[in-house]
Write a protein of this length. Structure first.
Length: 161
């Protein structure tokens, strides 16, 4: 039978610093989330979440799309997507294939997230992306050999077969 640790130090090793004491943190010292603006309008990531929820996408899709938006912004050193366009999207997607060596499906997910960001959140059409270096999809091997392929294989075997 597994027992649960009783000491806080088991959860927070000494090298990570002292355990946070959330019960004693005054509300005035809590920093607002980065996406909240002084004007009261929602930040970019909140707008993405709102648009995704409006379209009734799944929570996992929401997390993935917000994650791709974060990576895209980070790739371009914190520039806001509204100040970027087709060239920057193509550069990011090509980097995923070349530098990060992601699979084709991962690159497609990033593309879908960025198209959603630009079309649904920012209200901009980035058009068709011709300049993107695409990740290679794996070649699919046939499950069943044709009659001709079986005969060619059998002809290569020593007699009797």
């Amino acid at each position: 039978m597994r027992t649960l640790p009783l000491k806080r130090s088991d959860h927070y090793p000494a090298e990570r610093g002292p355990a946070p004491d959330r019960a004693r943190t005054p509300a005035s010292s809590v920093q607002p989330r980065q996406s909240q603006r002084r004007s009261g309008e929602p930040g970019l990531f909140d707008r993405i979440r709102e648009a995704i929820r409006t379209h009734h996408y799944s929570p996992r899709t929401e997390r993935a799309y917000v994650g791709w938006a974060r990576r895209f912004i980070g790739f371009h050193n914190g520039r806001h997507p509204a100040k970027m366009g087709k060239v920057e999207v193509a550069r990011f997607l090509s980097s995923l294939a070349v530098k990060d060596k992601v699979s084709a499906s991962t690159q497609n997910q990033a593309l879908a997230a960025l198209i959603f960001l630009y079309s649904e959140v920012l209200g901009r059409d980035i058009g068709w992306l011709d300049d993107v270096i695409r990740a290679k999809a794996p070649k699919k091997l046939p499950v069943v050999l044709t009659r001709e392929e079986v005969q060619a294989l059998m002809d290569q075997l020593d007699q009797p077969h």
